[in-house]
Design a protein around this ligand. Structure first.
Ligand code: S3P
Length: 446
């Protein structure tokens, strides 16, 4: 069956005030890493609150195919008995990562440090995404790749892990946590010190969790916004207990919905507030958003809090390029908030958005335009002319991108006319119960 035969259209209509207390699912980045590191540890790790979205389930299947024992024991409760560092077995079948760039690139790193061959593939969206950027450092560490495409790096591809991986000093050419993490995971198999030098700090879940599983990792500041991360290779990773906090990138959708639907007042429980993930919250505050932080706490090494969100009058702001790494997945939903603000919002330095699940820069601009919002792209900047309300009435092309589909649905809850999406199926990659949770708050989605 082709995907076109199973399109799932969905529409959102102007809704009454949103109310209630909800918890969004577990963090996607942490969920992938918990499965991968547990699969590389010796002994049984337990994970609570795992995101059971399609992306993470594909990573769980890959860990099983590579020889780890992975079992689901209840809702979000998983146990993983790992193979040990460099202990992955050669998988018999293709590793299919579906829509997930994170799962695919991180597992490429983990495989690159083991003496096995594995075939990596994904859906039509993932097959279009750049893999050269991750293969380049992995090849410097001794891995080999055979791939299609003019640059010889498109999925599906065969990766042959290094028999004797070499430690490297690596400066990622893009601010990308996936690149950093792939190199650190490959470095587990290499003797001696591997160093990653980031010009701009990106989400630090891999280095934090490596420490949690017993690896020696040192993190030091580098320049104005960067970090230098050094990992000692060939550790024995010990099993760990992980509790996955609620995903701030998923919380962003009900949060913005509550800001723009008049009269709303909601609470989002246990949202992770890792400072490298909170750029959206900072930006919304500058726009005048009423977000109150309740019961701030630290659990398992991550800051988190309950967020009380009340409908607010928003104003346009300028979002600096330096903030992009801490809110890279949040621009489509910020663009929706900006369209309901008064005044112009300029989001700077969004080149990385062009290589997400879709060309998110172009697709976000199209989402707004088809709903009557004046929007421009100037170089790598997105400019939204907010008028305090949006006409709506459009059908948004989601290009197999979950975050565009959810952003469009949030927009429809406060637009003059309904907003539709061509396909809501990909929401299941990161937030399977999105429609159910939004309806529980009072959203009119059908
Ligand atoms: C992620 C890193 C980001 C982000 C993605 C998750 C991760 O990608 O967009 O959704 O878990 O490391 P890049 O590293 O390509 O910026």
């Amino acid at each position: 069956m082709t995907h076109a035969a199973s399109l799932q259209p969905l529409a959102a209509r102007r809704s009454g005030a949103l109310n209630g207390r909800v918890r969004v699912p577990g963090d996607k980045s942490i969920s992938h890493r918990a499965l991968i590191l547990a699969a590389l540890a010796v002994g049984e790790s337990r994970i609570a609150g795992l995101l059971e979205g399609e992306d993470v389930i594909n990573t769980a299947k890959a860990m099983r195919a590579l020889g780890a024992q992975v079992a689901r024991e209840g809702e979000g409760a998983w146990s993983v008995r790992g193979t040990g560092v460099s202990g992955f077995a050669e998988p018999r079948d293709v590793l299919d990562f579906g829509n997930s760039g994170t799962g695919c690139r991180l597992v490429m790193g983990a495989v690159a440090g083991c003496p096995i061959a594995a075939i990596f593939d994904g859906d039509a969206s993932l097959r279009k995404r750049p893999m050269k950027r991750v293969l380049e450092p992995l090849m410097r560490m001794g891995a080999q790749a055979v791939a299609r495409g003019s640059g010889g790096s498109d999925l599906p591809l065969t990766l042959i892990g290094a028999r004797d991986p070499r430690p490297i000093v690596y400066e990622p050419p893009a601010a990308s946590a996936q690149l950093k993490s792939a190199v650190l995971l490959a470095a587990l198999g290499a003797p001696g010190m591997t160093t990653v030098i980031e010009k701009e700090a990106t989400r630090d879940h891999t280095e934090k969790m490596l420490g949690h599983f017993g690896a020696q990792v040192r993190v030091a500041p580098h320049g104005e916004h960067g970090r230098r991360i050094t990992l000692e290779g060939q550790p024995e990773l010990s099993p760990a207990a992980i509790r996955v906090p609620a995903d701030p990138s998923s919380a962003a959708f009900p949060l913005v919905a509550a800001l723009i639907v008049p009269g709303s007042d909601i609470v989002l429980d246990g949202v992770m507030l890792n400072p490298l993930r909170t750029g959206l919250f900072e930006t919304l505050r500058e726009m005048g958003a009423g977000v109150e932080i309740l019961d701030r706490r630290n659990d398992g090494g991550e800051d988190m809090a309950d967020l009380r969100v009340r409908a607010s009058a928003l104003r346009g702001v300028e979002v600096p390029a330096a903030r992009a790494p801490s809110m890279i997945d949040e621009y489509p939903i910020l663009a929706v908030a900006a369209s309901f603000a008064e005044g112009v919002t300029r989001m700077r330095g969004l080149h990385e958005l062009r290589v997400k699940e879709s060309d998110r820069l172009a697709a976000t601009a199209d989402m707004l335009r088809v709903n009557g919002v004046e929007t421009e792209i100037e170089g790598d900047d997105l400019i939204v002319h907010g008028r305090g309300r949006t006409p709506g009435g459009g059908t948004v092309a989601t290009h197999m991108d979950h975050r565009l589909a959810m952003s469009a649905m949030v927009m429809g809850l406060a637009s003059d006319r309904a907003v539709a999406v061509d396909d809501a199926a990909f929401i299941a990659t990161s937030f399977p119960d999105f429609a159910g949770l939004m309806r529980r708050l009072g959203a009119d989605l059908s």
